[in-house]
Structures are given as C-alpha cells and as structure tokens.
Design a binder for this molecule. Structure first.
Ligand code: SF4
Length: 257
C-alpha cells in the first residue's frame, strides 16, 4: 500500500455516477489483491446453503469446524433432518447460536425435501435463471439475499451473484456507493446493479472478495488505514476523516457477518 498525500483530495471522482466509481474501485482493488481470486471451496449448493446458515455472525474458522463436525456425525442430509434437534445442536456447537441454527437447518432441509419430491438436493437450481433460483432460495425459512447469493456464487453452481457481508457493506457505505442508511439486505440489489451486466460469475465473485478483503485488512471497522488506502482519493469518508471533519462514522456499530 502507498502513502497518499492530501493533494490527492482534489478529484471529482466522488461525484461520478456510482457505476463509474464501482468500476474504478474494482480496477484498483483487483490490482491490489491480484484478481482473479480463487474460489475458496467446492461444495454442492445444498451443502453451501447449510454452510452459509452456520456462518451467520460466526468466524470462518468456527463455522468451518461446525460444518465439518456436522458432516462427520451425519454423512447424509436426511440424517441431519431427522435427528433429535439436540444432537444437531451439539454437532454444530462450535458456531454461534447453535440452539437457533440447529432447528433452522432442520426446517430448511424438511422444506427442501417437501418441495423436491423428497430429494435433498438443490442441483435442479443449476438449470434455473439466477433471479428465479435466488427467489426460490429466499422463500426458505431464514434465507435472505446474502445466503442466496452465497449459494449461487460460492457453491459449485458458480453462478453470477454478489454476496454482501458486513465488511463489504461498510466499505461500500464509506465510499458512497450506497447510502449510509441502506441496510445490508437491500444493498445487495443496489451494489450488484452497479456492476456491468456483461461481467461473468468470476468477476462478480472477485468484486465481493476484494472489497471484503479490503474491509478486513485496510478499511477496518475501527481505525481504518486511510493513509495507506489506494481508494483515498475517491473516498469521501476517508478524506473527511483525515481532514478532521468527520469522526468515526461506521466505526461505532457492531460488526456483523
Ligand atoms: S479511504 Fe479510509 S474509509 Fe475510505 S475506503 Fe480507504 S480505508 Fe476505507
């Protein structure tokens, strides 16, 4: 990362349309984090759905352990669905709120089976348009835009969808890509609409990964490293912050995944 001088603040980029800024952010962060980014695992879509439900407000390490333990204890999804809820809760105890997530996962598995002639699989989504697949997923209990996007993008469906986690959301708000007041859920549609329609799944995946990584490493919840940030000259929040005009906006909220 490079140190930026205050002279870089003399730019009109912050007034550009959000689509232009989104592209510039992508271009710079791709260079910084070396796109294309490798997909971090290969799971079928139902496994990805369960993994995403476990990951809510949980560190990756802990949700990964919960997922592996669940799979070891119950190799078939039907076993997870039909087990006493306490046994599922015990298997996923490494993640947060296992007492809520265990019944939720069982309810989702029951619903998937009932809608799919008893088959516990989401392979049929592979042939569906992404918009319809996401709507179907979001009609399941406890599944919102972030989870549906994760299933489409991170699973071996490898579809075109933009998940927005708390890091991504915070960076986007500070950059002015979304209004401060826009919650994570509705921000999915706004941020994805700023990306070129011709981008493929890998590029949309890259966009999420690099902005999330930037949020974890540089644009942190507390004390973002604005002076080392390659986006400073196009970031109103960083500029105002360094100029002392703004205190810690988005730095007093609880981080959420
Ligand atoms: S300049 Fe500061 S607030 Fe803006 S994106 Fe970079 S680290 Fe975040």
């Amino acid at each position: 990362m490079h140190q930026h001088s205050l002279s870089l603040f003399d730019t009109d980029v912050p007034n550009d349309p959000p689509e232009a800024k989104a592209l510039e952010v992508h271009r710079r962060l791709c260079k910084e984090y070396d796109c294309p980014i490798r997909y971090f695992h290969v799971l079928d879509p139902l496994a990805e759905l369960v993994s995403a439900l476990l990951s809510h407000r949980t560190r990756n390490r802990d949700s990964g352990l919960a997922f592996r333990t669940l799979r070891e204890r119950f190799p078939e999804w039907g076993q997870v669905r039909d087990a006493p809820v306490g046994e599922v809760e015990e298997a996923i105890s490494a993640c947060t709120w296992p007492e809520q997530k265990a019944p939720r996962i069982q309810a989702v598995l029951r619903e998937v089976g009932e809608r799919n002639n008893g088959t516990l699989s989401l392979e049929f989504l592979r042939d569906w348009p992404v918009v319809e697949a996401r709507a179907w997923l979001e009609s399941l209990p406890g599944v919102g835009p972030k989870t549906s996007a994760a299933v489409i993008s991170f699973s071996n469906l490898r579809g075109r969808a933009l998940p927005v986690d708390s890091h991504h959301h915070r960076v986007a708000a500070r950059l002015g890509l979304i209004p401060d007041s826009l919650p994570v859920g509705p921000s999915h549609r706004v941020l994805e609409s700023q990306l070129p329609g011709e981008w493929d799944a890998q590029m949309v995946y890259d966009n999420h990964q690099i902005i999330m990584r930037h949020g974890k490493d540089v644009c942190t919840w507390r004390d973002p490293k604005c002076r080392q940030c390659v986006l400073l000259d196009i970031c109103p929040h960083g500029q105002e912050r360094l100029a002392g005009k703004r205190s810690a906006k988005h730095e007093g909220e609880q981080p959420a995944r």
